[in-house]
Write a protein that binds this ligand. Sequence first.
Ligand code: CO
Length: 174
Amino acid sequence: MVREIVVYPDKRLKLISRKVEVFDQKIHALLDDMYDTMIAKNGVGLAAIQIGIDLRAVIINIPLEEIDNEHSQPKENTLEMINPVIIEMDGATHFQEGCLSVPGVYEDVDRAKHVKVEYQDRAGNTHIIEDDDFLAIAMQHEIDHLEGRVFIEKLSYIKRKKFEKEWKKRQKTL
Ligand code: CO
C-alpha cells in the first residue's frame, strides 16, 4: 500500500527511530508498504520515518538500468535493512543526493567512500554488507534518517541558507 511521505520540515524527520525487536507480520507489512511507496514516488531508498513510522528500518533498491522503466527496480532486488549499524567507514567522496522528503532538491553531499554495515533482514537474521560505490552513499543517507538527520543538514552554511529560503518560498506556492 502506498503511504503518504513525510515532507521536510516535518518534526517527525528529527526523531531517533526505535530498534525493531519483533520480526513479525507487522514489520513485513511495513517493509512492503515502504517498497510500494518508494516505487510510486520514484525513489531509490526510503526509511520508515519517511512514512511516519519511527522504527529502524530502511530499504534501498538501486535501478538495474539508467533508463526509467517499471521493471528496473524489482521487489526481489530490494535491500531491506533492519537495525542497520555502520561498523566500518573510511575514505571520502561526494555525491549529488536527493530525498523523497525534500522533493525536487538535489545537492552535493560529503560522505565516506566505503562503509561496512551490519543489519538484520525481515526474518531477523544478521548480515554484513560492504560497498564503496552508490550503495555506500545510499546506506549512509538512509541510516542518517534513523538518527533524525536529513541530507540538507550536511550542506555548508551558505548552501543551507539558500535552500531554506527557496524551500519556504516553494512551500507557499504549493
Ligand atoms: Co532521504
